[in-house]
Write a protein that binds this ligand. Structure first.
Ligand code: DGY
Length: 328
């Protein structure tokens, strides 16, 4: 019997990362990438000291109570709304996430999605592939400009700031933002970002990008009332989390032309997508891939592994969410 601690790698990840973990742990991995049901996950974690998880695994009090030996839960994602951090902290279980390594990749994608939405790229591609293109027309897929427009950002964390920089410095956009707290003046100044209340953000943005973490406080932060305050010509881009936007209200707003278009990388109840969004022509839909460059996904996996190794071998985890449990 090995004296290495046992860990579960809940989803398929880079083989090199599994091999690295195997130098420290008895690893149960998941090469078929089956998504464990809550019962399966609870059973697979029996006897495990650590878990390498992704946003498809829900870590809650019941699972922790069934696995009191668990010491660390390391998420391969910056968002961690799949984990009940309070329940983990109460039981001394370390939680970690993967901030920073995905900031620029995710900001690139947020910008690309906003651009595809404003300039109707996927809608026009579908038209061409369907063999419907038979002439040039003055108004064919005419969308809205990004350059010179007002970029609104809800949630000015690292990724929001990355999108703001791209808009201001690359495209000459005026940046307005709303956030729990205002940025220090020396961070606002280089991009000319103006802090506004949510009402003003909704009213003035030509292109609104949502980048707030999901929490009970941000549930349906953009719903029917907020959509009604936006310009009819505005676009909405959501790269935050499903549930921050009320997808049913958005589908209705798009169908009624209350806003011009939306770009969505995340959905309520994903991988299910609201059928009325699927039916809508003026929405760009992508399957939660904002951080998916090969290099960044590898960096995220490496960082989750670094956290797991440190947490279970007496080291200092680089990016803990609940650092207060360390040293307990
Ligand atoms: C994150 O890191 O939170 C992403 O949504 C997962 O890729």
């Amino acid at each position: 019997m090995s004296d290495k601690p046992a860990v579960l790698v809940a989803r398929k990840v880079f083989p090199e990362v599994v091999q690295r973990l195997a130098q420290h742990f008895e690893v149960e991995d998941n090469p078929t990438d089956h998504i464990h049901s809550p019962d399966e996950l609870r059973a697979r974690l029996q006897g495990k000291a650590g878990a390498f998880v992704t946003l498809s695994e829900r870590i809650d009090a019941a699972l922790l109570d069934a696995n009191p030996q668990l010491r660390a839960v390391c998420n391969m994602a910056v968002g961690y709304n799949n984990i009940d951090v309070g329940a983990c902290s109460a039981r001394g279980v370390l939680v970690s996430n993967t901030p920073d390594v995905l900031t620029e990749t995710t900001a690139d994608f947020g910008f690309a999605l906003m651009m595809a939405t404003a300039r109707r790229i996927t809608e026009s591609e579908r038209f061409l592939r369907e063999g419907r293109w038979d002439r040039w027309a003055y108004d064919m897929f005419a969308g809205s400009d990004l350059h010179g427009a007002t970029l609104g950002i809800l949630g000015m964390g690292r990724i929001g700031q990355g999108i703001a920089r791209r808009g201001a410095l690359g495209f000459g956009m005026q940046v307005i933002y709303h956030n729990r707290s205002r940025l220090p003046a020396d961070q606002e100044a280089p991009i000319g970002a103006r802090y506004v209340d949510k009402e003003t953000l909704l009213r003035e943005a030509d292109h609104l990008v949502v980048v707030v973490p999901y929490s009970p406080q941000t549930h349906h932060a953009i719903g029917a009332a907020e959509l009604a305050r936006m310009k009819p010509s505005a676009t909405l881009t959501n790269i935050a989390r499903g549930g921050v936007v009320d997808d049913a209200a958005l589908a209705q707003a798009l169908a009624q032309g209350r806003i011009a278009a939306a770009g969505l990388d995340v959905f309520e109840g994903e991988p299910q997508v609201h059928p009325q969004l699927l039916a809508q022509r003026n929405v760009v839909l992508t399957p939660h891939i904002a951080s998916a460059s090969v290099a960044t996904r590898r960096a995220m996996a490496d960082l989750a592994a670094d956290n797991l190794i440190a947490a279970l071998t007496g080291g200092v985890p680089p990016t803990p969410v609940n650092a207060q449990v360390l040293g307990r």
